[in-house]
Design a protein around this ligand. Structure first.
Ligand SMILES: Cc1cc2nc3c(=O)[nH]c(=O)nc-3n(C[C@H](O)[C@H](O)[C@H](O)COP(=O)(O)OP(=O)(O)OC[C@H]3O[C@@H](n4cnc5c(N)ncnc54)[C@H](O)[C@@H]3O)c2cc1C
Ligand SMILES: *[C@@H]1O[C@H](CO)[C@@H](O)[C@H](O)[C@H]1NC(C)=O
Length: 527
C-alpha cells in the first residue's frame, strides 16, 4: 500500500459538517490556516548551550552519504513547513534548521552520525503531533521518518505478525491490517505515528483484549544516539527492550517494530457506540455509575467521559458526555448501558462502526481538523491517571473548569477527557516487565486547554490554570501522568515510580551517554 501522505489536505466546511461534531474537532472551529502556514520564521530560542548552526554545505555533504530516494530540505524549500509545523503551539514547537527524510535505516544512522560529527542536535519526527512542551527547547535538524520505505506495513506469512516502519501512521497501519482481516492495539488518532504511540505505552480500544500497543511489540530496530543500529527484543539488548516499552522517546530512533496482530473475533467485527450527554449538576450520579462500572466493565467495553461546552444542552456550563464503545452488537450494548440511560441524559446518539472508523466518531481522521498542521491555537494537554474515580475531586475540577469557561470565552474550546478503557489484558502483563508504569491506573484523565495564539500574558495565565486543573483532577491520589499526554512540568515522579526512574536513569547512561534524546517525556532530574 502506498504510504499515505498528510500533505496538501484542505479543511473545508464540508469536512467539518461531514464529520461528527466531536470536541476534539471543535478546536477547529477557530479560524484555521491551511497547512501552508509557515513556521519557518520561528524565533530562535534562548537559553541552553551555544546555538547550533547549520553547516552551510549540508546539501553537498549530507546528500551524497544517503541513499538516492532520501532528501534533505532547507527552510527555503516550499515543502519544509509540511514536515516541521506542529498541530499546536505554545512553547512546544521545535526549531528546525533542516529536515532529513531518510529512506532506509542506514540513512537514519548516517544522518545521526553526520549530526554528531558537527555537534548538531537531531530530533526524530513521526506524526508531528506530540505536545510535550520541552520539544520547544530543541534547535537542530529533524530526522523525519515519514518517507521510510519500511513504513509500508508488511503482514508476515504466519498471519500473526506485522512490521511497522518508524514513521507509519496509525491510519496506514489500521487500514492495512483491517483490509487483511487483522487488528492490533494502537492509538486512535489517524495522523499520529503507530510506533510513536507505543513509545509511551499506547492506549486504545483493543487494549482490554490484547494489552497496550507496546505489549504487541516482539522486537524493534533502533538507531542509538551514536548512530549504531541494534535489534532489541526479549533476547537481544533486553535491558533496552524493557526501557523502550514505555520510555522509548529517550533512547533511540525506532526504525521499525515487529508487532503481534490478530484476526477479529468472529461475530465481533463491529463496534456499537452510544453517547449520553448530561448537565454538570449530574456529575455525582454519572461518576457513581462510572465507579461501579470499573468493577464490571468487560474487555469488549470501554467508556469515556468528556466535559465540554455544548450550548445546545447547557448555555451556562460545560456538559458531561458519556460515551460507550463496545466491540459487539447494539443490542448487547443497550443492555450493558441500562444504568447510564436510567440517569436521564439530556441528549443521546448511537451508531455502529467498523474498527477503523472509530476515529471518525471522534473526529480524528486524517481529514479532520485535529490532524491539520498550522492550527493557530495553543494547546496544553496534561494527564492525571487514576485507579478509581474520586468523585469529590471531580466535582472540584468541574467547578473550576466551569467557572473559567463561563467567565472566559477564550477557553471555550477546551475540554476534560476521562478515558476508561478496559484493562484486562493490560493488567495481565506483569507491571515490572516494561518501563510503562501505569498498569493499575484504570482511568486516563486529561485536561486539554485550547486557546488562540498571540497573547503571552494569557499564555502564562493558561499555564497556571492548567496546573491548577491537573492538581484538582489528580485528587488525593499520587500524581501520575501518561507520558504521551503529559505537558512537561509534572515532574519525572509523575511519569515513573522511583524504582523505574532509577532503572531508566542507569539505562540512559548506558545507551545514551551523550544525552542526545530527551526532548520528549524525559525523566532526567532537571526536568
Ligand atoms: C488527536 C490526538 C489523539 C491521540 N490519541 C491517542 C490515543 O488514542 N492513544 C494514545 O496512546 N495516545 C494518543 N495520543 C497521544 C500520542 O500518542 C502522542 O501525542 C504521540 O507522541 C504522538 O506521536 P507523533 O507521531 O505525532 O509524534 P511526533 O510529534 O512526531 O513525535 C513525538 C516524540 O516522539 C519521538 N518519536 C516519534 N517517532 C519516533 C520513533 N519512531 N523513534 C523514536 N522516537 C520517535 C519524537 O522524537 C518526539 O520526541 C493522541 C494525540 C493526539 C494529538
Ligand atoms: C491578553 O491577556 C491578558 C490576560 O488575560 C488580558 O488582560 C489582555 O487584555 C489580553 N490582551 C489582548 C490584546 O487581548
Amino acid at each position: 500500500m502506498a504510504s499515505f501522505s498528510l500533505r496538501n489536505l484542505r479543511v473545508s466546511w464540508a469536512t467539518l459538517l461531514r464529520s461528527f461534531l466531536f470536541p476534539l474537532q471543535l478546536i477547529l472551529l477557530l479560524p484555521l490556516t491551511a497547512s501552508s502556514a509557515s513556521s519557518t520564521s520561528l524565533p530562535p530560542r534562548s537559553g541552553g548551550g551555544p546555538t547550533p548552526q547549520l553547516p552551510l554545505d549540508i546539501l553537498a555533504t549530507l546528500t551524497p552519504i544517503l541513499s538516492p530516494s532520501s532528501q534533505v530540505l532547507l527552510p527555503s524549500d516550499p515543502s519544509f513547513p509540511l514536515y516541521t509545523s506542529r498541530a499546536r503551539g505554545l512553547e512546544g514547537a521545535p526549531t528546525f534548521l533542516a529536515v532529513v527524510l531518510p529512506a532506509t535505516e542506514s540513512d537514519v544512522s548516517a544522518a545521526v552520525r553526520y549530526a554528531n560529527d558537527r555537534d548538531l542536535p537531531f530530533l526524530a519526527i513521526s506524526g508531528q503531533h506530540g505536545s510535550w512542551t520541552h520539544l520547544g527547547r530543541f534547535r537542530g535538524i529533524a530526522i523525519s521518518l515519514q518517507n521510510l520505505k519500511s513504513n509500508q506495513v508488511r503482514l508476515e506469512p504466519d498471519g500473526r505478525h506485522a512490521v511497522l516502519g518508524g514513521g507509519t501512521s496509525v491510519h496506514d497501519a489500521v487500514r492495512y491490517l483491517w483490509s487483511r482481516n487483522r487488528q492490533t492495539t494502537m492509538g486512535m488518532c489517524e495522523c499520529v505515528g503507530a510506533v510513536a504511540v507505543g513509545l509511551g505505552g499506547g492506549h486504545g480500544f483493543l487494549q482490554g483484549r490484547y494489552g497496550l500497543a507496546v505489549d504487541q511489540w516482539v522486537s524493534a530496530r533502533v538507531v542509538l544516539g551514536s548512530g549504531e543500529v541494534v535489534t532489541v527484543s526479549e533476547d537481544e539488548n533486553e535491558d533496552l527492550w524493557w526501557g523502550l516499552r514505555g520510555a522509548g522517546h529517550n533512547f533511540g530512533i525506532v526504525t521499525e517494530a515487529r508487532v503481534k496482530v490478530y484476526e477479529p473475533e468472529r461475530g465481533r467485527e463491529k463496534w456499537a457506540w452510544e453517547m449520553f450527554t448530561f448537565k454538570g449538576e449530574q456529575l455525582e450520579d454519572v461518576y457513581a455509575y462510572a465507579s461501579e462500572l470499573l468493577g464490571w466493565q468487560q474487555k469488549e467495553l470501554s467508556h469515556w467521559t468528556i466535559w465540554w461546552w455544548d450550548q445546545a444542552v447547557d448555555k451556562e456550563k460545560p456538559v458531561i458526555t458519556f460515551l460507550f464503545f463496545h466491540n459487539g452488537s447494539p443490542e448487547e450494548l443497550e443492555n450493558l448501558g441500562k444504568g447510564i440511560r436510567e440517569l436521564g441524559p439530556a441528549a443521546h446518539r448511537a451508531g455502529v462502526v467498523e474498527y477503523p472508523d472509530i476515529s471518525a466518531v471522534f473526529g480524528i481522521t486524517l481529514l479532520d481538523p485535529a490532524c491539520q498542521q498550522g492550527n493557530p491555537t495553543n494547546g496544553m494537554l496534561r494527564a492525571a491517571d487514576v485507579e478509581q474515580y474520586e468523585v469529590p475531586a471531580l466535582r472540584k475540577t468541574y467547578d473550576l473548569f466551569s467557572s473559567k469557561l463561563s467567565g472566559d470565552s477564550r477557553f471555550a474550546y477546551s475540554m476534560i477527557m476521562l478515558e476508561g478503557y478496559s484493562v484486562q489484558a493490560v493488567q495481565a502483563v506483569p507491571a515490572e516487565s516494561t518501563a510503562f508504569g501505569l498498569r493499575s491506573q484504570r482511568v486516563l484523565q486529561a485536561s486539554d486547554l485550547t486557546w488562540a495564539r498571540g497573547n503571552t500574558t494569557f499564555d502564562k495565565e493558561a499555564q497556571l490554570f492548567g496546573q491548577e486543573l491537573w492538581r484538582a483532577l489528580s485528587g488525593t491520589a499520587q500524581k501520575r501522568s501518561y507520558p504521551n499526554y503529559a505537558f512537561g512540568d509534572e515532574g519525572p515522579e509523575a511519569l515513573y515510580e522511583p524504582w523505574r526512574l532509577q532503572k531508566l536513569r542507569s539505562l540512559k547512561k548506558k545507551y545514551d551517554p551523550e544525552g542526545r534524546f530527551g526532548y520528549f517525556a524525559s525523566f532526567s532530574e532537571s526536568d
